[in-house]
Design a protein around this ligand. Structure first.
Ligand code: HSE
Length: 412
Protein backbone atom coordinates (compact mmCIF):
# COMPACT_ATOMS: atom_id res chain seq x y z
CA UNK A 1 0.00 0.00 0.00
CA UNK A 2 1.26 3.48 -0.91
CA UNK A 3 0.03 6.55 0.91
CA UNK A 4 -0.46 9.80 -0.94
CA UNK A 5 -1.62 13.32 -0.12
CA UNK A 6 -3.47 15.95 -2.10
CA UNK A 7 -2.68 19.63 -1.51
CA UNK A 8 -5.77 21.73 -2.26
CA UNK A 9 -9.42 20.76 -2.38
CA UNK A 10 -10.62 23.20 -5.03
CA UNK A 11 -11.94 22.30 -8.48
CA UNK A 12 -9.01 20.07 -9.46
CA UNK A 13 -8.35 18.68 -5.96
CA UNK A 14 -11.94 17.52 -5.53
CA UNK A 15 -11.71 16.05 -9.05
CA UNK A 16 -8.59 14.08 -8.07
CA UNK A 17 -10.37 12.67 -5.00
CA UNK A 18 -13.37 11.79 -7.17
CA UNK A 19 -11.28 10.05 -9.86
CA UNK A 20 -9.28 8.08 -7.26
CA UNK A 21 -12.52 6.81 -5.79
CA UNK A 22 -14.46 6.29 -9.04
CA UNK A 23 -11.72 4.24 -10.75
CA UNK A 24 -10.10 2.90 -7.60
CA UNK A 25 -9.89 -0.71 -8.69
CA UNK A 26 -8.42 -0.16 -12.14
CA UNK A 27 -6.08 2.59 -10.89
CA UNK A 28 -4.68 0.29 -8.18
CA UNK A 29 -4.16 -2.43 -10.77
CA UNK A 30 -2.28 -0.06 -13.06
CA UNK A 31 -0.17 1.31 -10.22
CA UNK A 32 0.57 -2.23 -9.04
CA UNK A 33 -0.16 -1.00 -5.52
CA UNK A 34 -3.13 -0.11 -3.40
CA UNK A 35 -3.26 3.69 -3.30
CA UNK A 36 -4.26 5.10 0.05
CA UNK A 37 -5.30 8.76 0.09
CA UNK A 38 -4.10 9.64 3.57
CA UNK A 39 -4.43 13.45 3.65
CA UNK A 40 -6.06 16.32 1.86
CA UNK A 41 -4.62 19.71 2.78
CA UNK A 42 -6.78 22.82 2.63
CA UNK A 43 -7.27 25.90 4.77
CA UNK A 44 -11.05 25.53 4.63
CA UNK A 45 -13.37 23.09 6.40
CA UNK A 46 -15.51 20.67 4.39
CA UNK A 47 -18.08 19.28 6.82
CA UNK A 48 -20.02 16.32 5.43
CA UNK A 49 -17.66 15.92 2.45
CA UNK A 50 -15.89 12.63 1.60
CA UNK A 51 -12.57 14.07 2.82
CA UNK A 52 -13.79 15.26 6.20
CA UNK A 53 -11.80 12.63 8.09
CA UNK A 54 -8.53 13.04 6.19
CA UNK A 55 -8.55 16.84 5.98
CA UNK A 56 -5.56 18.58 7.50
CA UNK A 57 -4.59 22.24 7.70
CA UNK A 58 -0.98 21.44 8.54
CA UNK A 59 1.46 20.74 5.72
CA UNK A 60 4.16 19.68 8.21
CA UNK A 61 2.00 16.70 9.17
CA UNK A 62 2.17 15.46 5.57
CA UNK A 63 5.84 16.37 5.13
CA UNK A 64 6.89 14.49 8.26
CA UNK A 65 4.82 11.40 7.56
CA UNK A 66 7.25 8.87 6.06
CA UNK A 67 4.38 6.75 4.78
CA UNK A 68 3.45 9.47 2.27
CA UNK A 69 5.45 8.78 -0.86
CA UNK A 70 3.63 10.90 -3.45
CA UNK A 71 2.06 14.34 -3.13
CA UNK A 72 -0.32 15.92 -5.64
CA UNK A 73 -0.13 19.71 -5.53
CA UNK A 74 -3.29 21.21 -7.04
CA UNK A 75 -3.54 24.49 -5.16
CA UNK A 76 -2.29 26.73 -7.97
CA UNK A 77 -0.23 29.91 -7.64
CA UNK A 78 3.41 30.23 -6.70
CA UNK A 79 3.24 30.44 -2.91
CA UNK A 80 2.85 28.45 -0.79
CA UNK A 81 2.88 25.83 -3.58
CA UNK A 82 6.57 26.34 -4.37
CA UNK A 83 7.69 26.05 -0.74
CA UNK A 84 5.54 22.94 -0.19
CA UNK A 85 6.64 21.22 -3.41
CA UNK A 86 10.32 21.99 -2.92
CA UNK A 87 10.36 20.81 0.68
CA UNK A 88 8.48 17.63 -0.28
CA UNK A 89 11.01 16.83 -3.02
CA UNK A 90 13.95 17.60 -0.75
CA UNK A 91 12.40 15.22 1.76
CA UNK A 92 12.35 12.51 -0.92
CA UNK A 93 8.65 12.50 -1.82
CA UNK A 94 7.63 12.50 -5.48
CA UNK A 95 5.37 15.38 -6.46
CA UNK A 96 2.84 15.71 -9.26
CA UNK A 97 1.18 19.02 -10.06
CA UNK A 98 -1.33 20.77 -12.30
CA UNK A 99 0.20 24.14 -11.46
CA UNK A 100 1.49 25.73 -14.67
CA UNK A 101 2.66 28.91 -12.95
CA UNK A 102 4.83 26.86 -10.64
CA UNK A 103 6.17 24.63 -13.42
CA UNK A 104 6.85 27.52 -15.81
CA UNK A 105 8.75 29.46 -13.12
CA UNK A 106 10.51 26.73 -11.16
CA UNK A 107 10.17 23.58 -13.29
CA UNK A 108 13.86 23.26 -14.15
CA UNK A 109 14.96 23.63 -10.53
CA UNK A 110 12.32 21.21 -9.20
CA UNK A 111 13.22 18.62 -11.85
CA UNK A 112 16.84 18.89 -10.81
CA UNK A 113 16.00 18.25 -7.15
CA UNK A 114 13.87 15.26 -8.17
CA UNK A 115 16.77 13.91 -10.22
CA UNK A 116 19.22 14.35 -7.33
CA UNK A 117 16.85 12.56 -4.98
CA UNK A 118 16.03 9.81 -7.47
CA UNK A 119 12.33 10.57 -7.31
CA UNK A 120 9.96 12.31 -9.73
CA UNK A 121 8.42 15.69 -10.36
CA UNK A 122 5.58 15.32 -12.88
CA UNK A 123 3.26 17.89 -14.40
CA UNK A 124 1.15 16.36 -17.16
CA UNK A 125 -1.92 18.36 -16.04
CA UNK A 126 -0.11 21.70 -16.25
CA UNK A 127 -0.57 21.93 -20.03
CA UNK A 128 -3.66 20.93 -21.98
CA UNK A 129 -5.67 19.66 -18.99
CA UNK A 130 -6.46 16.02 -19.72
CA UNK A 131 -4.48 15.84 -22.97
CA UNK A 132 -1.30 13.80 -22.77
CA UNK A 133 1.43 16.13 -24.06
CA UNK A 134 4.20 16.29 -21.43
CA UNK A 135 4.68 12.52 -21.47
CA UNK A 136 4.67 12.32 -25.29
CA UNK A 137 7.32 15.06 -25.46
CA UNK A 138 9.45 13.34 -22.82
CA UNK A 139 8.97 9.77 -23.88
CA UNK A 140 7.12 9.08 -27.13
CA UNK A 141 8.79 11.65 -29.37
CA UNK A 142 12.37 11.31 -28.22
CA UNK A 143 13.49 10.07 -31.64
CA UNK A 144 12.60 13.44 -33.10
CA UNK A 145 14.12 16.86 -33.05
CA UNK A 146 11.08 19.00 -32.41
CA UNK A 147 11.16 22.24 -34.41
CA UNK A 148 7.70 23.64 -33.76
CA UNK A 149 4.87 23.39 -31.28
CA UNK A 150 1.72 25.40 -31.91
CA UNK A 151 -1.29 24.98 -29.72
CA UNK A 152 -4.63 26.18 -28.55
CA UNK A 153 -3.65 26.00 -24.90
CA UNK A 154 -6.37 27.89 -23.11
CA UNK A 155 -9.89 26.46 -22.91
CA UNK A 156 -11.52 29.64 -21.64
CA UNK A 157 -10.38 31.81 -24.54
CA UNK A 158 -11.12 29.11 -27.10
CA UNK A 159 -14.60 28.77 -25.60
CA UNK A 160 -15.09 32.55 -25.84
CA UNK A 161 -13.74 32.87 -29.40
CA UNK A 162 -15.75 29.85 -30.61
CA UNK A 163 -18.97 31.30 -29.19
CA UNK A 164 -18.27 34.76 -30.59
CA UNK A 165 -17.66 33.18 -33.98
CA UNK A 166 -20.71 30.91 -34.00
CA UNK A 167 -23.24 33.06 -32.15
CA UNK A 168 -23.19 36.58 -33.47
CA UNK A 169 -23.83 39.43 -31.04
CA UNK A 170 -22.89 37.59 -27.83
CA UNK A 171 -20.90 39.88 -25.60
CA UNK A 172 -17.43 38.98 -24.42
CA UNK A 173 -18.50 39.33 -20.76
CA UNK A 174 -21.50 37.00 -21.11
CA UNK A 175 -19.37 34.24 -22.61
CA UNK A 176 -16.60 34.75 -20.06
CA UNK A 177 -19.16 34.40 -17.26
CA UNK A 178 -20.35 31.11 -18.78
CA UNK A 179 -16.75 29.81 -18.93
CA UNK A 180 -16.27 30.79 -15.27
CA UNK A 181 -19.51 29.04 -14.28
CA UNK A 182 -18.30 25.89 -16.02
CA UNK A 183 -15.07 25.96 -14.00
CA UNK A 184 -12.77 26.54 -16.99
CA UNK A 185 -11.47 29.99 -16.13
CA UNK A 186 -8.67 30.86 -13.72
CA UNK A 187 -9.60 32.52 -10.44
CA UNK A 188 -8.39 35.70 -12.05
CA UNK A 189 -9.70 35.47 -15.64
CA UNK A 190 -7.23 38.12 -16.73
CA UNK A 191 -4.67 35.30 -16.86
CA UNK A 192 -6.84 33.60 -19.49
CA UNK A 193 -8.02 36.50 -21.60
CA UNK A 194 -4.71 38.37 -21.61
CA UNK A 195 -2.88 35.25 -22.77
CA UNK A 196 -0.74 34.77 -19.63
CA UNK A 197 -2.02 31.24 -18.99
CA UNK A 198 -1.24 30.14 -22.56
CA UNK A 199 2.14 31.90 -22.26
CA UNK A 200 3.13 29.84 -19.24
CA UNK A 201 2.02 26.65 -20.98
CA UNK A 202 3.99 27.31 -24.16
CA UNK A 203 7.01 28.20 -21.99
CA UNK A 204 6.75 24.72 -20.42
CA UNK A 205 6.40 22.98 -23.79
CA UNK A 206 9.23 24.99 -25.33
CA UNK A 207 11.51 24.20 -22.39
CA UNK A 208 10.81 20.48 -22.80
CA UNK A 209 11.07 20.55 -26.60
CA UNK A 210 14.36 22.44 -26.68
CA UNK A 211 15.82 21.20 -23.39
CA UNK A 212 16.62 24.62 -21.95
CA UNK A 213 14.72 26.96 -19.67
CA UNK A 214 12.41 29.25 -21.64
CA UNK A 215 11.44 32.16 -19.41
CA UNK A 216 7.75 32.98 -19.89
CA UNK A 217 8.54 36.63 -19.29
CA UNK A 218 10.52 36.66 -22.55
CA UNK A 219 7.56 35.45 -24.60
CA UNK A 220 5.66 38.01 -26.67
CA UNK A 221 2.07 37.73 -25.42
CA UNK A 222 -1.16 39.27 -26.65
CA UNK A 223 -4.62 38.30 -25.39
CA UNK A 224 -8.09 38.37 -26.90
CA UNK A 225 -9.65 41.34 -25.11
CA UNK A 226 -9.42 43.51 -28.23
CA UNK A 227 -11.13 40.98 -30.51
CA UNK A 228 -14.52 42.36 -31.48
CA UNK A 229 -17.69 41.12 -33.15
CA UNK A 230 -16.58 43.01 -36.21
CA UNK A 231 -13.25 41.17 -36.36
CA UNK A 232 -15.22 37.94 -36.29
CA UNK A 233 -17.39 39.19 -39.16
CA UNK A 234 -14.31 40.05 -41.23
CA UNK A 235 -12.77 36.68 -40.44
CA UNK A 236 -15.96 34.93 -41.59
CA UNK A 237 -16.06 36.99 -44.75
CA UNK A 238 -12.49 35.85 -45.50
CA UNK A 239 -13.35 32.22 -44.71
CA UNK A 240 -11.04 32.32 -41.70
CA UNK A 241 -11.33 31.71 -37.98
CA UNK A 242 -9.68 33.57 -35.09
CA UNK A 243 -7.83 31.45 -32.54
CA UNK A 244 -5.51 32.31 -29.67
CA UNK A 245 -2.39 30.42 -30.74
CA UNK A 246 0.65 29.76 -28.61
CA UNK A 247 3.74 28.94 -30.66
CA UNK A 248 7.36 28.12 -30.26
CA UNK A 249 9.39 27.55 -33.37
CA UNK A 250 12.99 26.95 -34.30
CA UNK A 251 14.23 28.99 -37.23
CA UNK A 252 17.79 28.02 -38.14
CA UNK A 253 19.46 27.89 -34.74
CA UNK A 254 17.16 30.31 -32.98
CA UNK A 255 13.81 29.85 -31.29
CA UNK A 256 10.98 32.34 -31.05
CA UNK A 257 7.85 31.97 -28.97
CA UNK A 258 4.65 33.97 -28.90
CA UNK A 259 1.01 33.97 -27.87
CA UNK A 260 -1.42 35.98 -29.99
CA UNK A 261 -4.79 35.80 -31.69
CA UNK A 262 -4.31 34.56 -35.24
CA UNK A 263 -6.48 34.24 -38.30
CA UNK A 264 -6.24 30.72 -39.68
CA UNK A 265 -7.95 29.03 -42.61
CA UNK A 266 -9.86 25.78 -42.44
CA UNK A 267 -6.90 23.81 -43.82
CA UNK A 268 -5.10 24.51 -40.54
CA UNK A 269 -5.54 21.51 -38.19
CA UNK A 270 -6.18 23.85 -35.24
CA UNK A 271 -9.12 25.56 -36.98
CA UNK A 272 -11.30 22.56 -36.11
CA UNK A 273 -10.72 22.89 -32.38
CA UNK A 274 -13.74 24.52 -30.76
CA UNK A 275 -15.14 25.29 -27.33
CA UNK A 276 -13.15 24.29 -24.26
CA UNK A 277 -11.10 21.83 -26.31
CA UNK A 278 -7.37 22.35 -26.62
CA UNK A 279 -5.05 20.91 -29.22
CA UNK A 280 -1.32 20.86 -29.62
CA UNK A 281 0.32 20.44 -33.00
CA UNK A 282 3.87 19.17 -32.73
CA UNK A 283 6.27 19.13 -35.67
CA UNK A 284 9.34 16.93 -35.62
CA UNK A 285 12.06 16.28 -38.18
CA UNK A 286 11.26 12.56 -38.32
CA UNK A 287 7.60 12.15 -37.44
CA UNK A 288 6.34 15.16 -39.39
CA UNK A 289 3.18 16.52 -37.80
CA UNK A 290 1.32 15.01 -34.88
CA UNK A 291 -1.60 16.57 -33.04
CA UNK A 292 -2.94 16.01 -29.52
CA UNK A 293 -6.56 16.95 -28.86
CA UNK A 294 -8.86 16.90 -25.86
CA UNK A 295 -10.41 18.84 -23.03
CA UNK A 296 -7.91 21.42 -21.89
CA UNK A 297 -9.71 22.60 -18.77
CA UNK A 298 -12.29 21.53 -16.24
CA UNK A 299 -12.35 19.45 -13.10
CA UNK A 300 -12.30 15.85 -14.30
CA UNK A 301 -10.13 16.14 -17.44
CA UNK A 302 -7.44 17.91 -15.39
CA UNK A 303 -7.85 15.45 -12.51
CA UNK A 304 -7.42 12.60 -15.01
CA UNK A 305 -3.93 13.86 -15.88
CA UNK A 306 -3.03 14.40 -12.20
CA UNK A 307 -4.06 10.85 -11.28
CA UNK A 308 -2.14 9.46 -14.27
CA UNK A 309 0.96 11.16 -12.88
CA UNK A 310 0.25 9.74 -9.41
CA UNK A 311 0.12 6.24 -10.91
CA UNK A 312 3.34 6.85 -12.86
CA UNK A 313 5.10 8.28 -9.81
CA UNK A 314 4.12 5.18 -7.81
CA UNK A 315 5.31 2.88 -10.59
CA UNK A 316 8.66 4.66 -10.52
CA UNK A 317 9.31 5.06 -6.80
CA UNK A 318 13.06 5.34 -6.33
CA UNK A 319 13.72 5.83 -10.05
CA UNK A 320 13.91 9.20 -11.75
CA UNK A 321 12.43 9.19 -15.24
CA UNK A 322 12.15 12.78 -16.39
CA UNK A 323 14.81 15.45 -16.58
CA UNK A 324 15.23 16.84 -20.09
CA UNK A 325 14.89 20.51 -19.12
CA UNK A 326 18.11 22.17 -18.03
CA UNK A 327 18.23 25.22 -15.78
CA UNK A 328 20.25 27.02 -18.49
CA UNK A 329 18.18 29.89 -19.85
CA UNK A 330 17.38 29.97 -23.56
CA UNK A 331 17.76 33.33 -25.29
CA UNK A 332 14.71 33.66 -27.52
CA UNK A 333 14.87 35.50 -30.82
CA UNK A 334 12.71 38.60 -31.13
CA UNK A 335 9.55 38.18 -33.20
CA UNK A 336 10.60 41.26 -35.23
CA UNK A 337 12.09 39.08 -37.96
CA UNK A 338 9.22 36.59 -38.06
CA UNK A 339 6.94 36.95 -41.08
CA UNK A 340 3.18 37.41 -40.83
CA UNK A 341 0.34 38.82 -42.90
CA UNK A 342 -2.07 41.18 -41.14
CA UNK A 343 -5.79 41.88 -41.34
CA UNK A 344 -6.04 45.63 -40.81
CA UNK A 345 -9.32 47.43 -40.13
CA UNK A 346 -9.32 51.23 -39.90
CA UNK A 347 -11.82 54.05 -39.60
CA UNK A 348 -11.56 56.60 -42.40
CA UNK A 349 -13.21 59.89 -43.25
CA UNK A 350 -12.31 59.67 -46.92
CA UNK A 351 -12.33 56.17 -48.38
CA UNK A 352 -10.65 56.86 -51.79
CA UNK A 353 -7.69 58.59 -50.13
CA UNK A 354 -7.34 55.84 -47.53
CA UNK A 355 -7.35 53.24 -50.31
CA UNK A 356 -4.54 55.09 -52.08
CA UNK A 357 -2.59 55.18 -48.81
CA UNK A 358 -3.02 51.45 -48.31
CA UNK A 359 -1.70 50.72 -51.79
CA UNK A 360 1.17 53.14 -51.39
CA UNK A 361 2.25 51.88 -47.96
CA UNK A 362 1.42 48.16 -48.04
CA UNK A 363 1.62 47.44 -51.78
CA UNK A 364 -0.25 44.35 -52.86
CA UNK A 365 -3.16 43.73 -50.45
CA UNK A 366 -6.50 41.94 -50.49
CA UNK A 367 -9.30 44.44 -49.72
CA UNK A 368 -12.30 43.09 -47.85
CA UNK A 369 -15.68 44.76 -47.30
CA UNK A 370 -18.51 43.92 -44.94
CA UNK A 371 -21.02 46.35 -46.44
CA UNK A 372 -21.25 49.45 -48.60
CA UNK A 373 -20.31 51.92 -45.89
CA UNK A 374 -17.20 53.87 -46.69
CA UNK A 375 -16.31 54.87 -43.13
CA UNK A 376 -14.15 51.83 -42.75
CA UNK A 377 -11.36 50.27 -44.76
CA UNK A 378 -10.14 46.69 -44.29
CA UNK A 379 -7.47 44.68 -46.03
CA UNK A 380 -5.12 41.74 -45.65
CA UNK A 381 -1.45 42.39 -46.28
CA UNK A 382 1.00 39.99 -47.85
CA UNK A 383 3.51 38.36 -45.50
CA UNK A 384 6.32 40.51 -44.27
CA UNK A 385 8.48 40.74 -41.17
CA UNK A 386 6.77 41.89 -37.98
CA UNK A 387 9.16 44.84 -37.81
CA UNK A 388 8.35 45.93 -41.37
CA UNK A 389 4.60 45.62 -40.80
CA UNK A 390 4.68 47.49 -37.51
CA UNK A 391 6.58 50.33 -39.22
CA UNK A 392 4.03 50.41 -42.03
CA UNK A 393 1.15 50.44 -39.54
CA UNK A 394 2.70 53.44 -37.80
CA UNK A 395 2.97 55.30 -41.12
CA UNK A 396 -0.57 54.30 -42.10
CA UNK A 397 -1.95 55.52 -38.78
CA UNK A 398 -0.61 59.02 -39.49
CA UNK A 399 -2.32 59.41 -42.87
CA UNK A 400 -4.82 62.33 -42.89
CA UNK A 401 -7.71 60.11 -44.10
CA UNK A 402 -7.20 57.55 -41.33
CA UNK A 403 -9.06 58.31 -38.11
CA UNK A 404 -8.04 55.22 -36.19
CA UNK A 405 -6.69 51.71 -36.72
CA UNK A 406 -9.32 49.52 -35.10
CA UNK A 407 -7.74 46.09 -35.54
CA UNK A 408 -4.51 44.57 -36.69
CA UNK A 409 -4.64 40.79 -36.42
CA UNK A 410 -1.95 38.46 -37.68
CA UNK A 411 -2.73 35.84 -40.28
CA UNK A 412 -1.19 32.50 -39.34
N1 HSE B 1 -8.00 28.49 -17.24
C1 HSE B 1 -7.38 27.41 -17.92
C2 HSE B 1 -8.02 27.28 -19.29
C3 HSE B 1 -7.53 26.16 -17.12
O1 HSE B 1 -9.05 27.91 -19.52
O2 HSE B 1 -7.51 26.57 -20.13
C4 HSE B 1 -6.64 25.05 -17.55
O3 HSE B 1 -5.30 25.37 -17.41
Amino acid sequence: MISIAVLGYGTVGSGVVEVLSKNQESINKKAGEEIHLKYVLDLREFPGSPIEDILTHDFEQILNDDEVKVIAEVMGGIEPAYTFVKSALVKGKSVVTSNKELVAKHGAELLEIAKDKNINFMFEASVGGGIPIIRPLNQSLTADEIYEITGILNGTTNFILSKMMSEEGLSFDTVLKEAQDKGYAERNPEADVEGHDACRKIAILASLAFGMHVDYEDIYTEGITNISDKDMAYAKKLGLDIKLLATCKKIDDKVYAMVAPMLIDNEHPLSHVHGVFNAILVKGNVIGEVMFYGKGAGKLPTASAVVTDIVDAIKHLGRNIMSFWSTKKMELMSIDEVKFGYLVVAKTDFFPASKDSVLKIFGDVNFVKLNDYEEEIAFVTTKSSEKDLQNKLRIFERQPSILQIESAIRVG
